[in-house]
Design a protein. Sequence first.
Length: 269
Amino acid sequence: MEAEPMVQEKVGKLLNHFETAYQTQSILGLNRVFQAFTAEVATHHFYGSSFDMLGNEQFSRAIQDSIDAITRTSPFNKLFPTIGALLRFIPPWILVRLRPAMSGIVRLQETYTTKTRNALAARNESEFASNDSRDTPFTVLINPKLPQEERSLHRLLDEQMAILGAGSESTTNTLTVAMFHLLNNGAIYLKLRRELEGIMPTPTSIARLSQTQHLPYLVCVILAVMATYDWFANISPDVTDSRYQRILETLLCRIQSISESSTHRVFGL
């Protein structure tokens, strides 16, 4: 499956949320909308089909609340890993009663379970030999040629939740903090906007990857964000203003140093 058209579709839905917030003069939580965006991209890439997390605001909000709850308890789980293992044996409805914030992840895991069971039941040797050219990571994992223990329901569910976590949480924090500082710094924002207007003459213009990778300042901003990725990926959007300021100063220094270097020649720009 070609990734760019799929990502462009998700970006279009993401922008609809920004447009709606602008038209209604309402506050848009960047971490929530980026959480829905990254989770939707990750799951669509994994399965080859959409879960419509950007269209179902209530569902995406529940997932965000669940991930926040998991993040807050992760230090405790590291100290007492046995407790996390025991939670696997608790029926989902009891877990939701004990921790209501987990309802989103429980619902998502139930969806994963149903989808995985149906796929395992249908994925026999003859069907797999039918040469499906649209293989995804999910169809590769349920390949009947793999050992049975590697295709167990428990392992497949673990893989799916790992994909969601790895492709969503850290990327969400990075996008949220980077977008905040981009909008909060007029000089960088305006310079980047002027450069983008060269390939996006109207707000509804669609920019392709082959175009954006040849924009020197955009590349500099992206590289600067990637250079501070460890900071962005491991902090909560609710950190104090003073810590935001230190991150901003580092980000601005990175953008300036990369912009003044010959990075664009390394990338053939």
